[in-house]
Structures are given as C-alpha cells and as structure tokens.
Design a protein around this ligand. Structure first.
Ligand SMILES: [Zn+2]
Length: 374
C-alpha cells in the first residue's frame, strides 16, 4: 500500500516541499504495486516527451491566473471546475482543454505554467523533458508568439538553474485548425527558433491526416527542427495515418501510435527505423476499436519489440497524475517488470533530441542508478 507519505518521500533533494503547489499532494497513487517497485520508480532518473504544457494547467492555477488577469471563470471553486472535467473521447476532451487555457494571456502566465510543470517533474526525478505547446490557440486570443515562447523559455532557464531539470520545447500544430493558421504560427515562431527543438502535430485527427502538414514539416526541418506527430489510438484511418507519418513524412518520433501493433509490416518498418514512441497510458493505453478483446498498448508494443517511452500527456485533466503515478499504474495494467521499466527509461534518454555527448551523460546517470539498486 502506498501512502502519501511514501510518495512524497521520493521527492528529490533539489526541490523543497514548500515550493510545490497544493495539487502536488493530492494525486492518489495506484495501489497494490510491490513496494520495492514503487521505490525503484521514484528513484529512477526519467525523461518525459509527451506532455502538453497547457495540459498541466491545474485548476488552482487557472483560478489564480483568472484573478490576476481580471477574468471571471464559470465555476464556483476548484472542486466544481475539476468536476466539470468529464470527457469520453478526444473531441470532448479537447473542448475542455481549449476552454481551460483562456486564462493564459501574458508572458508571466506562460512562465508560471511552465515553471510549475518543471518543478513537479523535477520532484519526480524527471531530469530531462521535451514539452509541447499549442501556440495557435494563444495567437487566436491575441497573445504574441514572443510572450508565449519567451515566458516558457525563461521558466526553462530558471528551472534548470534552480532545480537541475533540463528541458526543450516542441511547437505543436493544432491539426483541426487550417493549414494556413499552422503555417502562420510557424512563421511567427521561426524568429525564436533557437528556443525550439522541434515541431509536432496534435488535437483532433479525424479528417486531418498528417499529410496536411507536409509543407510545415519540410519548412521546420529546413530550419533545423525535429518533427514528431500524434497518431492517436483507434482513430479512423489510423494505420494509414501511421504509415504516412512513418514512411512518407519520415517523422523522427510518433506520439501515441499504439495501433501500429495491428500491422506487422508497420512494426517492422518502425523497428528498422529505430522509431521511438511516446505512449501515454492514462488516455491512450487500450485499443478497443473493431476488435473482440481490448489490447493493452504498452504491453503489446513492448512485446512487439518497439521502443516505448511513457509520459503523462495532460496530467491536470487526468486526475493530476504525473509521471510517477502514471508509471505506477502502468506497472499494474501492463504487467511491467523492473527490467521493462529500466528499458523504458533507457529508451527515454536514447530518444532525446540532444547532442550525442549530452545523451551519453544523461544515460550515465541512469546506468549509475540502475547499478546502485541492482
Ligand atoms: Zn498528446
């Protein structure tokens, strides 16, 4: 049985409890996990590559930012707001997600958002992360690209200096907005490209296949940026879209992508390319569409020999469960062993969009930890 006390005992020395917001104490961890594995997960040096900064906007912070920005929220309190987080599919989730980010208006708001996530991640021993953000949604509200990127960038620098967590930033195109809107966002961001490591593709996949963004990806690549793309689970044309991303657009990474296990041919291509997948079991952990028995994504991808990493996706909207809680649940639902967890952590460092020497240094920290607990 995991208690709040044992969970909090895993916080790194770099972060004091006083620095953590109130929600950091609230997450209910999975029960029934071997206590030795709980300790192992907490101490494990980790990466995170599939986390939407706007999806880390906790209800408490929404109220604080609304007050600071003179906005009224249509909820009496935090509990009422959290109770409204009811969704049953990707579109119903996205409606809540986009509505929630309207309180983000000023550079300081983006700083506070990013710093809060980085502090939480550092407290769970994430030592390197590549974070998504959705600038089109902010540009629509009249926020300048500079305020968004520089607020986040300032938080990244402070978090690295104060908490020791290193991070980079991935600009995501909101695929259900127009291609022109996405290109305008990319053009607005390119003057700040030294603060970006890549571009991605998120939001509602239905009717918005990856080829819609071929020109955007090409321009991003020409500007030295990496490319990743969401292939959400159980979408219409999911295998077609995975093929397009993997084979035609040659993305550097795939976010989610669990349905690939239904195509031995695509699995073989992904393995041949050494493709990494950022899997978020909280939202996309099970395949159900058109099959008799549900398929566990993490287990089946690992069994297929694919390179899985695990992330928390939009934790503020997923019961405030961050990477440690997500991994603890994955142990139960995907029958993960200590060796599986070590392999997933190793994949994370090997997948980093960093110079080889930096990756080697981070991997050495992981291997030192694994040797210390062997
Ligand atoms: Zn996502």
């Amino acid at each position: 049985m995991i208690t709040r006390r044992t969970l909090m005992a895993g916080l790194t020395a770099a972060t004091t409890l006083a620095m953590l917001p109130r929600w950091a104490y609230a997450a209910a961890p999975a029960e029934g996990v071997d206590p030795a594995l709980v300790t192992f997960i907490k101490g494990l040096p980790k990466t995170e590559y599939h986390v939407h900064l706007e999806g880390t906007l906790e209800a408490e912070m929404k109220f604080a930012l609304a007050k600071r920005n003179g906005l009224n929220l249509p909820f009496a309190d935090v509990a009422a707001m959290k109770a409204s987080y009811q969704y049953h599919d990707l579109p119903s989730f996205l409606a809540i997600y986009y509505d929630g980010m309207k309180v983000l208006l000023r550079e300081q708001d983006f700083y506070d958002l990013a710093y809060a996530y980085l502090a939480k991640a550092a407290s769970q021993n994430v030592i390197y992360t590549e974070m998504f953000f959705d600038p089109q949604e902010h540009l629509k509200r009249g926020v300048a690209m500079e305020a968004v990127i520089m607020g986040i960038t300032r938080a990244r620098r402070d978090a690295e200096a104060k908490l020791g967590i290193r991070s980079q930033l991935i600009l995501c195109f909101v695929r259900d907005l127009t291609a022109e809107s996405a290109m305008a966002a990319l053009d607005a961001a390119l003057p700040f490209k030294q603060h970006l490591v890549g571009v991605g593709l998120d939001s509602d996949e239905a009717g918005h296949p990856p080829e819609k963004f071929a020109a955007h990806f090409a321009k991003a690549r020409a500007n030295g940026l990496h490319v990743t793309a969401h292939c959400d689970v159980d979408q219409v044309d999911t295998l077609k879209n995975i093929r397009t991303a993997l084979v035609d657009l040659k993305v550097d990474r795939i976010d989610h992508g669990g349905n690939i296990v239904q195509s031995p041919e695509l699995v073989a291509i992904a393995k041949q390319r050494g493709m990494y997948f950022t899997v978020c079991p909280t939202f996309s952990g099970t395949l159900r569409r058109g099959i008799a028995q549900p398929v566990d994504v993490v287990r089946s991808m690992l069994d297929a020999g694919l390179k899985v990493t695990i992330s928390s996706d939009d934790p503020a909207y997923m019961a405030s469960e961050y990477i440690n809680e997500v991994l603890l649940r994955a142990v139960s639902r995907s029958k993960l062993t200590r060796a599986d967890l070590a392999g997933i952590a190793r994949n994370g460092f090997e997948a980093a969009w960093l110079p080889a020497a930096d990756k080697t240094a981070l991997l050495a920290r992981l291997e030192a930890y694994l040797a210390s607990v062997a």
